[in-house]
Design a protein around this ligand. Structure first.
Ligand code: UD1
Ligand code: CA
Length: 451
């Protein structure tokens, strides 16, 4: 059995923020969510999150996680004090307790699995994750014998000059035999430079304790200030982009591209500069995305091209061309083999296959059939100032340039709407609609009026 406790009660003073540190977002997910997600593959039977400073904000950030138990640490007297708060909740728990700092968001699941494996194989009282850092400043230093058995962890500020030269640091990731930790937690004292109860002291009380070095020290980067938050984002991006390139995606100018780790991309996709893929986005194969595009929560089919456009919460089927300068939002759904853009906005609109909306249009709350042609400047007037109304357009219908379709409105199949029409009444199938004033020409009018 394994239980997980995430220490997330600290304020994070160095962030200079009114938000608690662990709810700052990093690539679409908060730090505390990332910490929680990194332990998922270990299948923990309990997930405890220690909250204190800004507890309501932290709980709100995790409200979708019904499997989390929150434990209040009303005063933040240190990481050891935070760990003490779990004792009542784990009174009858038997097994191992993995404790993570809530501000270490880049851990790989494999790293945690390896830590747990060593812990169990060696039957340690505790096993801690360590790293050899080029710049160890600020971290607790870890002293071990040649077999990696721990001798001591000493906080940076409690180290003497010689101890500070040690580059092996405490990552803030610990695997404890719970029965052993439970025994020593009540014995912590706050006799140190910060006058805090240190979890690292509990580790110092236990034996045997082993340290396991992480292979890639970037993984254990802790976030204490905005600069480290930005650096962590860069590391995360490098990891994600390297991974997609290894899997057959071309990134042109990777430094200008950002991709959330929740995105899925098919093979032979080309991502052009200044393109951002976010949230629950899926890109099919053989697509060309960008330059200058953002897709957030978008489902994009195969062979789609998207040029200088924004797609949010919408889907685009195969072989469709988007842009330049299109905006799809609010559950827009574009069929296959369509052309959308230049300067076209689709909101909550379903467009049938082989349809075109190619210039200067707004379609909102609209459903169209297949092979529809929406002429340049066509607008659905879907809002009467109070409510939104729907427009329905049948197969093969063509709207003339600059037509206004005043919703609620249903237009049948094979209808032609004359340019400049303002259509306010429903139209059946197979009709020509002219809804505009007739042109009046008065020859010689200027001359006459001058006389
Ligand atoms: C801690 C470790 C240090 C390690 C580093 C790794 C201790 C004493 N030191 O230092 O050895 O190198 O992490 O990143 O543990 N928290 C609470 N309640 C509290 C205090 C803190 O929940 O009363 C939480 C914070 O929200 C944070 C985590 O514990 O998520 C770590 O606290 P922080 O103050 O950042 O510890 P460090 O000084 O970084
Ligand atoms: Ca920290």
């Amino acid at each position: 059995m394994i239980a997980v406790a995430i220490l997330a009660a600290g304020r994070g003073t160095r962030m200079k923020s009114t938000l608690p540190k662990v709810v700052h977002p990093l690539g679409g997910r908060t730090l505390v969510e990332r910490a929680l997600d990194s332990v998922e593959s270990l299948n923990p039977s309990r997930r405890l999150v220690i909250v204190g400073y800004g507890a309501d904000r932290v709980k709100a950030a995790l409200q979708h996680r019904t499997d989390v138990e929150f434990i209040e640490q009303t005063e933040q007297l240190g990481t050891g004090h935070a760990a003490q708060q779990v004792i009542p909740a784990l009174q009858n728990f038997e097994g191992d307790l993995l404790i993570l700092n809530g501000d270490v968001p880049l851990l790989r699941p494999e790293t945690l699995a390896q830590l747990l494996e060593t812990h169990r194989q060696q039957q340690n009282a505790a096993t801690i994750l360590t790293a050899q850092l080029p710049v160890p400043k600020g971290y607790g230093r870890v002293f071990c014998d040649a077999q990696n058995y721990l001798q001591a962890i000493i906080e940076d500020r409690d180290c003497n000059e010689a101890q500070r030269q040690n580059h092996r640091i405490n990552a803030g990731v610990y695997c404890f035999r719970w029965s052993a930790l439970k025994g020593v937690l009540p014995n912590l004292s706050a006799e140190n430079d910060q006058k805090e109860y240190y979890l690292t002291d509990a580790v110092n009380f236990l034996s045997p304790v082993m340290a396991v070095d992480v292979r890639d020290h970037q993984e254990i980067s802790g976030i204490n200030d905005r600069k480290q938050l930005a650096e962590a984002y860069q590391m995360l991006q490098a990891r994600i982009k390297d991974d997609w390139m290894a899997r057959g995606v071309t990134l042109i100018d990777p430094a200008s591209i950002t991709i959330d780790d929740t995105v899925a991309i098919g093979s032979d996709v080309i991502i052009e500069p200044q393109t951002h893929l976010r949230g629950n986005t899926t890109i099919g194969s053989d697509c060309r995305i960008g330059p200058g595009s953002m897709v957030e929560n978008g489902i994009i089919g195969d062979r789609v091209s998207i040029l200088f456009s924004v797609i949010r919460d919408s889907t685009v089927a195969a072989d469709t061309t988007i842009g330049p300068y299109a905006h799809l939002r609010g559950q827009a759904a574009v069929g296959c083999d369509c052309r959308i853009g230049n300067f076209v906005e689709l909101k909550n609109t379903r467009l049938g296959d082989r349809s075109n909306v190619t210039h200067l249009s707004y379609l909102g709350d609209t459903t169209t059939g297949t092979q529809v042609n929406i002429g340049a400047g066509t607008i659905t007037a879907n809002y009467d100032g109070v409510n939104k109304h729907k427009t329905v357009i049948g197969d093969r219908t063509k709207t003339g340039s600059n037509s206004v379709l005043v919703a609620p409105l249903t237009i049948g199949a094979d209808v032609n709407i004359a340019a400049g029409s303002t259509v306010t009444e429903n139209v059946g199938d197979d009709a020509l609609v002219i809804a505009r004033a007739r042109q009046v020409v008065k020859p010689g009018w200027r001359l006459k009026s001058k006389e």
